[in-house]
Design a protein around this ligand. Structure first.
Ligand SMILES: Cc1cc2nc3c(=O)[nH]c(=O)nc-3n(C[C@H](O)[C@H](O)[C@H](O)COP(=O)(O)OP(=O)(O)OC[C@H]3O[C@@H](n4cnc5c(N)ncnc54)[C@H](O)[C@@H]3O)c2cc1C
Length: 247
């Protein structure tokens, strides 16, 4: 079995893996890069829905190890079979952020869309709050794009660096956006406590420890069911997040 990308392409024939080829990149903020991909087969499985995400397999060419990391489909052009994925270039870097910081036209990665979730408005909710951080901006942007302009929405974002606020947000006439500095794992929950109210739909993603602190606050101030409360870990402070495999 061939190794590397060619081996992965062969596996893709039976394993629902999709080859993505970089068309180019755009630096949207000092530490935030948009990678434009050709994705000729992805939409046989993936959907273009708010906050939909894919699993990317990033290969270390020196060791042949592939690292699985989840990323949001930031924008999709289904007829042209193209997607954009926005990468936070965090420090310390990991395989995915390091790859994105030097990606160039012609580079290739493997994607899978299995298990993806997406955002849907809860019809009976009295309000909506989107909670996250820089890594959540692509998902929050796609949700904001999908919302009725009349709709009011609160957006609570935690910044680890001042530059996080330079990451472009989708403008929405009904959005009230608040950035707060990250100060350990309880800062997000503290800020959220002031913005939550009963009956509100809560969509929250971010660092695992911050979400652990947030959960009881949501349960107390905006309790709901699976349709109205979505809390999902996006990354872990001090640890890699995702599986590995040897090609
Ligand atoms: C459903 C889903 C969708 C996601 N969408 C996006 C997206 O569109 N854009 C995006 O940038 N990220 C997104 N993420 C988060 C991304 O998958 C993680 O940040 C991932 O850990 C990055 O992989 P890595 O190889 O760069 O770093 P890893 O190897 O996982 O980690 C290496 C080091 O970097 C640190 N680190 C990892 N992520 C961050 C971070 N966000 N901020 C600060 N330090 C970090 C870790 O703590 C560790 O110390 C998403 C995650 C999920 C689950």
């Amino acid at each position: 079995m061939p190794h590397g990308f060619d081996g992965a392409v062969l596996r893709a024939l039976g394993a629902k893996e999709h080859a993505l080829t970089v068309r180019g990149t755009t630096r949207l903020a000092p530490h935030f890069a948009r990678v434009h991909f050709d994705a000729p087969t992805l939409f046989q499985q993936a959907t273009d829905s708010p906050a939909a995400w894919i699993r990317l397999w990033i290969e270390d060419p020196l060791t042949g190890v592939e690292f699985q990391r989840a990323y949001t489909i930031s924008a999709a052009d289904v007829p042209e079979a193209r997607i954009d994925v926005d990468f936070l270039l965090h420090e310390p870097a990991g395989p995915a952020s390091a790859w994105a910081s030097s990606a160039s036209a012609g580079d290739r990665v493997i994607a899978q869309s299995l298990g993806s979730t997406s955002f849907a408005p809860a019809p009976d909710a009295s309000g909506l709050i989107l909670i996250g951080d820089a890594a959540a901006v692509p998902a929050i942007n796609s949700i904001l794009r999908s919302l009725d302009p009349q709709r009011e929405v609160r957006v609570l974002l935690e910044r680890s660096h001042d530059e996080d606020e330079l990451i472009p947000l989708t403008p929405h006439p009904g959005a009230e956006v608040r950035w707060i500095p990250r100060d350990g794992s309880s800062s997000l929950a503290r800020a959220a406590a002031e913005m939550l109210s009963p009956g509100m739909q809560v969509w929250a993603v971010g660092e695992t420890g911050s979400l652990k602190a947030l959960r009881p606050v949501v349960k107390e101030r905006a309790p709901g069911n699976r349709k109205s409360v979505h809390i999902q870990a996006y990354w872990i402070e001090g640890r890699a997040m995702g599986r590995e495999r040897r090609v």
